[in-house]
Design a protein around this ligand. Structure first.
Ligand code: PGA
Length: 256
């Protein structure tokens, strides 16, 4: 039985005391689901508070982005080294909202991935096709291209871990997830590409592929039950502790 990786992406939606309350509630409510690995990704200004709220629990801390240099004259950017020292162990990289609104390119994402590894963070590389790519039969081509752009030439040491999050862009925040079967098929394509990029032992032991896009307590089991779905990346359904706990419970029950 795999232990599901469940990453909560709070986006720019929870701040200040609200974030602390949500983190404390999540710690309490999810405590009995020991077999799940749960990561909270608050905004940057909430990282320190959430780090102290989850201290001593099994919950982990993640960030929603980082810069590709560790320090220097980069006004307004966030150092991955600083994230690591705040207690973050994961960092989301290449989320489609950043690709779209901040013009993040494959080249930028690639640099961020390499730097995240250098400082000891586990990158969560987000990839996904747009609706038009899907309509034009280009879905798999788009995903394979994004994987190569981000990961070509990357060499993982035995201690390093990478997470790939498959998030169909047109599904995010829509309330309408793809089917479990479609996610499984797509994850197999992603896995095959990872086999082209890394030694088999690395793919089997050090890489995980998770699904994201309108995951909720009702549909999460249809994903986590699939053989190549190692967990989920959750936006909207992670913003309420009761809903999030129900999602964790359903994911664990489905025997991810
Ligand atoms: P959603 O967001 O669960 O609200 O669709 C997922 C994400 O953007 O990571």
């Amino acid at each position: 039985m795999k232990s599901p990786l469940i990453i909560a992406n709070w986006k720019m939606k929870v701040s200040g005391d609200e974030a602390l309350t949500l983190a404390r509630q999540a710690v309490k409510a999810t405590a009995k689901y020991k077999s799940a690995e749960i990561v909270l990704c608050p905004g940057f200004t909430e990282l320190a508070g959430v780090a102290s709220a989850i201290k001593g629990s099994s919950l982990k801390l993640g960030a929603q982005d980082c810069f590709w240099e560790e320090s220097g004259a980069f006004t307004g950017e966030i150092s991955p080294q600083a994230l690591f020292s705040y207690g973050a162990s994961y960092v989301i990289i290449g989320h489609s909202e950043r690709r779209e609104h901040l013009a993040e390119t494959g080249a930028m994402i690639r640099k961020k991935i390499f730097t995240a590894f250098r400082v000891g963070l586990v990158p969560v590389l987000c990839i996904g096709e747009s609706f038009s790519q899907r309509q034009e039969g280009q879905k798999e081509v788009a995903l394979i291209q994004e994987l190569h752009q981000a990961l070509d030439g990357l060499w993982l040491t035995e201690a390093q871990r990478l997470v790939v999050a498959y998030e169909p862009v047109w599904v995010i925040g829509s309330g309408q997830a793809v089917s479990g079967d479609e996610a499984e098929h797509t994850h197999q394509v992603i896995k095959q590409t990872l086999y082209d990029l890394f030694p088999a032992s690395v793919v089997q032991e050090q890489l995980r592929i998770i699904y994201g896009g309108s995951v909720d307590p009702e549909n999460v089991a249809q994903f986590t039950i699939q053989p190549t779905v190692d967990g989920v990346l959750v936006g909207g359904a992670s913003l309420d502790a009761t809903v999030f706990t129900a999602l964790v419970a359903a994911a664990v029950k489905a025997g991810c």
